[in-house]
Design a protein around this ligand. Sequence first.
Ligand SMILES: Cc1ncc(COP(=O)(O)O)c(C=O)c1O
Length: 206
Amino acid sequence: MSSEAIQIRILNTLTRLHLYAIVNDGGITCRHYPYKLVVEKGYGVWIEDVDGNVFMDCYSGIAVCSMGHCHPEIVEAITKQTQTLIHMCGASYYNRHMSQLAKKLDELVPIKSPTRAYFATSGAEAVETALKLAMYHTKRQRFISFIDSYHGQSLGTLSLTAMNKNDQVGYMRKVLDVVHIPYPKKLHSPFGNVTDDESASRATIN
Ligand SMILES: Cc1ncc(COP(=O)(O)O)c(C=O)c1O
C-alpha cells in the first residue's frame, strides 16, 4: 500500500467485491496505485475493472466533477446533445447553452457581477488562461509556484508544476520564468522553528 494514500480495501472472494476507497492526499494519480486498475465501466460510486472486480471510487472526476459515474440525468443530457449538435466552435459562432451556463456561473461565483466566462476543455487550459490574464494585466513576467504543486502538463503550466523531477527533466528550459518555493505548512516544514500557520508563512516568505 502506498504511504501517500489512505486506502481501505475489503476483499470478498465469493462476491468478487472489492471496496477500495482512495482518499485524495494531495494530487495522487493512478501511477502511484499499487493495483493496476483497468476500468471497464462505472455506475454511481462504483467502478468495475476488466476482470469484473468492483471498486468504490472516492476519487470520482478527479475531485472536480464529483457526480458519480454515468448518472442517468447526465447520460440523458449528453445523449440528447449528441443527437442535436456535437461540435460547437465558440470562437466562430454562438450557442445558447454557452451563454446560459455563463449566466449561471455569474450568479454562483462570489465575484461582483457582471463577470465574463471563458470555457476551456481542461484544467491546464484554464490555468494557462489565468497566467495569460495575469501577464496581460500586470505587465509582469515572473511567477511564484509551490514545490509539490500540480498545474497541468501543457508547456506553460509545466513551468509551474513541480510534483516530481520528471516534470522538469528533459525539456531543456521552462517556458515561463518561475521561482519554486516551499508551501507554507507547519506539518513537515522544511524550515526549523515552525509551530503554527503564521510562522510557516513567515518562514516561506523569508
Ligand atoms: C490543481 C490542478 N490544476 C490543474 C490540473 C490540470 O488539469 P487537466 O489535467 O484537466 O489539464 C489539475 C489536474 O489534475 C489539477 O489537479
